[in-house]
Ligand binder design. Structure first.
Ligand code: TPP
Ligand code: MG
Length: 885
């Protein structure tokens, strides 16, 4: 019997249809039945029936009990191991917070995810020695205590380390709060705690693996990328933004496991509806294979019961808020409010005590169900898989927080709660030990330890485990960039064009050309990179299935399986994820890849700094190129396009070396140095270079400046009688040189002129020098690069860049003499470069009046000269401040 459905106008007929379907299922199986149903729907649609598109399946497990793969492990030992890991993970947080209240940490997240991870560790995650290579696993950031606790049992972390969880500065070393490759470089591979970044990065890691295989740089194998995610985390826009790319690219090497404990930090993820169903809709709609693991084996009997339809009906009626309440209120409440709705349902559980009802397990806590889902996921081909699995947040904490809204923040357990936990999971320690939350590790010859080590050995080693270096690589001599070093003669080009030339030369190099990964988010034509489409090809796993509209042209839009360019479309978050995948490939794939990611500068740091920060944390190597940079150099575009501040963000990202460059030879010098720095010397850093679109002549490289270019400051023009110096940067160098000429011609002042390639590198060097000098007061004091270059003459400095004043001001404390900064503070405008530079007060005339004023302040010239200059150059004293208009 099926329960009554009010929409049903002819139940008799419905029953007949269902019976024929049952016959079909029995005789022909699922595939055929599904085919028939789809045919019927298609037919009805073709006749005009507007059938609502339903991306949902019933609120039960996707894999039915009779379809389950048999469990391949020893359930008893695995339960014991899991319980011990649970205990130690909890004890780690409790101990840390008892000793240092407020140190933080999370118990409940891992408590909900323990079965998911343990099934992965014992049966699925491939280690580095696996013949397929290492799986990449994105761990939920705040589940870290569980991952440390397992590594403790595996003998990879000692007790001291665990005792110093979240105390990294302790003398014997500690453990980072979250996964940080920067801080634990031999352990963690991915920085995941800024939620939402993990899922997108995982998509692009999986895609990049295929890229390497398609380009024949990596052998095809059965490696997987696993991303363990929170259900709350799935609300981050980035978390779902890569879903269609994953199915479009047929990423069957990608598996998402969403730990649906139905709660986030403050409360339910979807109290009023069901997050699992919502996510199922999104993922199915995007073309993923969806496996729901909602109910544990304890529920199978009710689903397969002759009155199972009532169970199916009832679970469709409840919302997540109800499910959470059943957990917190316990068996009697569950009986009354869930089962009690229909007599048929209530009858099904009449033999169960309240305690037994309470213990009916959710799917994500049932090893058999989880194993079966993981097995299907790794065997699925042609599409990515998501496992949506229901768990209970704070599982096993009992009154200390299981399923409660406060559970995310639970960090301490009192003695009776510790005893409850010990008994709940049969931890073989004394009551006294339990009350002190002591760690427990079975002897190394115990069944548990032997089993767990053996499982890891079979799978190829421990996870996570990070490789520090890529294979040795030889960077070609700088002479490959000869044409950039020689200058352009009378030809006017932009630094962007110089960069594109450099990229072309690099990709043609016999040794490292194939390792270059040009990445671009739909802006190649803007940057003049479109000739590379034909030359290098745009990567497309399925090749080019169409004849492109420009196929008759030489430089057509060429998509190919072996394509080298990653053209990511209008998707900076995706493109930077590709940058991360390519830039971590030395470690994750054992293949040195060298990404050059060029983008509209304004949509770089400002839009995706969090990814860049994560890239830095993950020791990504490569070049970020901010194109069309400079608030006045990008003319015509206006407020939302003109970047005048990305260098400030770069300056405070610890391992980013940032350069704003004027000439082709500077680009060649910095890129060549960067290649050696990152790939020969194995320094884990990122080079950020801004390039602009203003055309001018590029001189040849002066002699003996290469080292200074890298350090951040080199001399352009010297003077016999130093009274003032001008510092210029990027395209503003041109204005500075013009100002210098006019200063001589109109005012008889002959300035020294310097080119600043990197304010932030200068500052870092100066600070480091100052720091050393402070702590070594009686030693011979060191000189920073700035001092070495500028301390001979204690004259005023005027610095100008196409960025906010703060950019050049960061070196002010270290420059001898008074410091005057000109910059582009304020919202951008659309106009000509000339007008914009006047508006922001950084053009040659403003440089001149600043210089004259600086000299007047020193008593070198009369203050009236400044006024004369303003009249001469038509500078309105009442001109509004660009910052405030
Ligand atoms: C971008 C970002 N915002 C906020 C946080 C703070 N935070 C850490 S855990 C958490 C709740 C996580 O809930 P969920 O994703 O459901 O994971 P669960 O712990 O329930 O498994 C929040 C808000 C963060 N880490 N990252
Ligand atoms: Mg959650």
């Amino acid at each position: 019997m099926i329960p009554e459905d009010k929409r049903d106008i002819d139940p008799q007929e419905t029953q007949e249809w269902i019976e024929s379907l049952e016959d079909e299922l029995e005789e022909q199986g699922f595939e055929r039945t599904r085919f028939l149903l789809e045919k019927l729907i298609d037919y009805a649609s073709s006749k005009g029936a507007r059938l609502p598109f339903n991306t949902n399946t019933p609120f039960i497990n996707t894999i039915q009990a009779n379809q389950e793969a048999p469990f391949e492990g020893d359930r008893d030992i695995e339960r014991k191991i899991k319980s011990i890991v649970r205990w130690n993970a909890m004890a780690m947080v409790v101990a840390a917070n008892t000793k240092n209240p407020g140190i933080g940490g999370h118990i409940s997240t891992y408590a909900s995810a323990a079965t998911l991870y343990e099934i992965g560790f014992n049966h699925f995650f491939k280690g580095a020695n696996n013949k397929n290579g290492q799986d990449l696993v994105f761990f939920q950031g705040h589940a870290s205590p569980g991952i440390y606790a397992r590594a403790f049992l595996e003998g990879r972390l000692d007790k001291k380390k665990l005792q110093n969880f979240r105390r990294e500065l302790s003398p014997d070393g500690g453990l980072s709060s979250y996964p940080h490759p920067w801080l634990m470089p031999e352990f963690w591979q991915f920085a995941t705690v800024s939620m939402g970044l993990g899922p997108l990065m995982a998509v692009y890691q999986a895609r990049f693996m295929n890229y390497l295989v398609d380009r024949k740089l990596l052998k095809k194998s059965n490696r997987k990328v696993w991303a363990f995610l929170g259900d709350g985390e799935m609300d981050e826009p980035e978390a779902t933004s890569g879903l269609t790319l994953a199915s479009r690219e047929k990423l069957d090497n990608l598996i998402f496991v969403v730990n649906c404990n139905l709660q986030r930090l403050d409360g339910p993820v979807r109290g009023n509806s069901r997050v699992i169903q919502e996510l199922e809709g999104s993922f199915r709609g995007a073309g993923w294979n969806v496996i729901k693991v909602i109910w544990g084996s304890d529920f199978d009997e009710y689903i397969n019961h002759e009155n199972g339809h009532f169970f199916l009906k009832r679970v469709e009626e409840i919302v997540d808020g109800d499910l959470l309440k059943y957990v917190v209120e316990g068996g009697a409440y569950f009986r009354k409010h869930f089962w009690g709705k229909y007599p048929e349902l209530l009858k099904m559980v009449e033999n169960k005590t309240d305690k037994e009802l309470e213990k009916l397990r959710a799917g994500g806590h049932d090893p058999v169900k989880v194993f079966s889902a993981f097995k299907e996921a790794v065997e699925t081909s042609g599409k990515p898989t998501v496992i949506l699995t229901r768990t209970i947040k704070g599982y096993g904490l009992g009154d200390a927080g299981e399923g409660q809204n406060i559970t995310h923040q639970q960090k301490k357990l009192n003695q009776s709660e510790l005893l409850y936990f010990k008994d709940r999971f049969d931890i073989p320690i004394t009551k006294e030990e339990a009350k002190s939350a002591l760690f427990y590790k079975p002897k190394s010859n115990s069944k548990e330890i032997k089993y767990l080590l053996n499982q890891r050995k079979k799978l190829g080693g421990f996870i996570p485990e990070r490789r520090l270096k890529g294979p040795a690589i030889k960077i070609p001599n700088i002479s490959i960039f000869k044409e950039l070093l020689d200058g352009t003669g009378d030809r006017k080009i932009s630094t962007t064009m110089a960069y594109v030339r450099l990229l072309t030369l690099l990709t043609k190099d016999k040794t490292i050309g194939k390792n270059i990964v040009p990445i671009i988010p739909d802006e190649a034509r803007t940057f003049g990179m479109d000739p590379l489409f034909r030359q290098l090809g745009i990567y497309a796993h399925s090749g080019q299935l169409y004849d492109p509209v420009d196929s008759s042209q030489f430089l057509y839009y060429k998509e190919t399986k072996e394509g080298q360019i990653l053209e990511e479309g209008i998707n900076e978050a995706g493109a930077v994820s590709s940058f991360i995948a390519a830039g971590t490939s030395y470690s994750l794939n054992g293949v040195n890849m060298i990404p050059f990611y060029i983008y509209y500068s304004m949509f770089g740091f400002q839009r995706i700094w969090d990814f860049i920060w994560a890239a830095s944390d993950m020791r990504t190597k490569g070049f970020l190129i901010g194109g069309t940079a400079g608030r006045t150099t990008l003319n015509g575009e206006g407020l939302q396009h003109q970047d005048g501040h990305s260098h400030l963000a770069a300056a405070v990202t610890p391992n980013i070396k940032a350069y704003d460059l004027s000439y082709g030879y500077e680009i060649a010098t910095v890129v060549h140095y960067g290649l050696k720095d990152m790939y020969e010397k194995n320094n884990d850093c990122i080079y950020y270079i801004t390039v602009e679109n203003e055309n001018y002549k590029h001189p040849p490289i002066p002699s003996n400046v290469s080292e200074d270019i890298v350090k951040g400051l080199y001399k352009i023009k010297t003077t016999k009688n130093p009274t003032i110096r001008l510092l210029g940067s990027g395209p503003l160098m041109k204005e500075v040189l013009q100002a210098a000429k006019l200063l001589i011609k109109d005012w008889g002042v002959d300035p020294g002129v310097w080119n600043v390639t990197s304010f932030s590198e200068l500052r870092r060097n100066a600070e480091e020098t100052e720091r050393w000098n402070m702590t070594h007061p009686t030693k011979k004091q060191r000189m920073s690069h700035i001092e070495q270059k500028l301390s001979k003459n204690n004259v005023p400095t005027v610095a100008v860049s196409d960025y906010v004043k703060m950019l050049s001001e960061q070196i002010a404390p270290y420059v001898p003499g008074p410091f005057y900064s000109l910059g582009t503070d304020g919202f951008g405008r659309s106009d000509t470069r000339e007008n914009l530079r006047h508006f922001f007060e950084i053009d040659r005339y403003y440089i001149i009046i600043t210089a004259l004023r600086a000299l007047a302040n020193e008593g070198v010239v009369q203050m009236s000269k400044v006024e004369q200059a303003m009249k001469k150059y038509n500078i309105d004293p009442e001109k509004p401040n660009p910052l405030t208009v």
